[in-house]
Design a protein around this ligand. Sequence first.
Ligand SMILES: [Zn+2]
Length: 139
Amino acid sequence: MNKKLLDILVCPFDKVSSLELFQFKAKTNPNSLTTIADNEEPDSQKTLTNKKQNDQKTREPSTSTNSPPISEMNKEPSEIVEEGLLLCRTCLRFYPITEEIPIILPDELRDKKKDIAFLKTWNESIPIDLLKNLKPWTL
Ligand SMILES: [Zn+2]
């Protein structure tokens, strides 16, 4: 699961609560290291330079002239959670992330056996106070 997904995921029980991530195993995704070609035309270079100079006036004077390209954000490797737990602080429901897949299901569709096996696997990585109170079931 891409960590950025956290921004849009909500608890299916209360529909509004955002989910908190407990990360057990993660990696960075090399596929997101896409280079975006610089399509700037030479003619526009002058205006670009002017823009940079204007930017610098508003920023600290010590900033280097090599300001990061606009595509910098896209080059940032995204973090992929391989194993983890998503927690709703409102209803204390947990949702497992296994093999990079977040399993976010309403109670009636959950696989209790798998959930319990998941908790057993990671029980040492989950704070004990939390583990005792997890819903819809716990160890
Ligand atoms: Zn909830």
